[in-house]
Ligand binder design. Structure first.
Ligand code: SF4
Length: 214
């Protein structure tokens, strides 16, 4: 957890250090599968009256540089630094991007998933971000999801519904496979197939769900 101090108040940045390479997938957030970092951010922002600046993953994987041509020590260092760039979701606000990477003037940040033009505008294709309104929808959706999950638990719903993302499921490596009895050939045993929708579509789906339109 890192605090960034801006003119409008305090911004909160959450970083999760992982031993693997991980990124935020809003489709997984929608399915309630990737809500950990956003939940931390939500709770602390509410408790302390902070604004969210982003949620990031920092990979601790050992970096190996493969290059066919001879490269200098400086180039190796640069390549390693590039591989350590954080992934995740940033608040798409120029001031916040610059607070997250104080060295960034223009181009792609070497630290966070964001880029700026020479004139200081956000470069969308280099930025994994959401604006303030979208971040608010995300925060509300996290609250909504936690309440829904709580209701399901309290009502005793223990239906088996493992996710299926492009054919990948948690069942592959699950230790409880032999006892859980999940079998798609059985009635009511289905995967929770994850969509692959754009950021805008997922955010709209979240908004509609919170408002009870779906
Ligand atoms: S094998 Fe059973 S318990 Fe394990 S992830 Fe799949 S459905 Fe869940």
């Amino acid at each position: 957890m890192i605090l960034l101090i801006g003119e409008e108040g305090k911004y909160l940045r959450i970083i999760d250090y992982k031993s693997s390479s991980k990124n935020i997938d809003l489709n997984e957030v929608y399915a309630g599968l990737q809500i950990q970092l956003l939940t931390y951010s939500n709770v602390i922002c509410k408790e302390e009256d902070f604004m969210p600046a982003g949620v990031f993953y920092f990979s601790l994987l050992e970096q190996i540089v493969n290059s066919e041509k001879k490269v200098s020590d400086e180039e190796i260092e640069e390549l390693i630094r590039k591989n350590f760039k954080m992934k995740g979701l940033i608040l798409a606000d120029v001031k916040v991007i610059k607070m997250n990477d104080t060295t960034l003037q223009s181009g792609s940040s070497k630290i966070v998933p964001a880029g700026l033009t020479v004139s200081g505008d956000i470069i969308e294709k280099w930025t994994s971000g959401v604006n303030k309104e979208e971040f608010k929808i995300l925060q509300d959706y996290i609250d909504f999801t936690i309440k829904e999950i709580s209701k399901e638990i309290m009502s005793g719903n223990i239906n088996l519904k493992p996710y299926n993302k492009n054919g990948k499921t948690p069942c592959e490596y699950c230790s409880y496979k032999s006892i859980c009895g999940f079998n798609v050939k059985q009635k009511d045993n289905n995967y929770n197939y994850l969509d692959k929708q754009s950021k805008d579509d997922v955010i709209l789906k979240m908004k509609n769900k919170i408002e009870g339109k779906v």
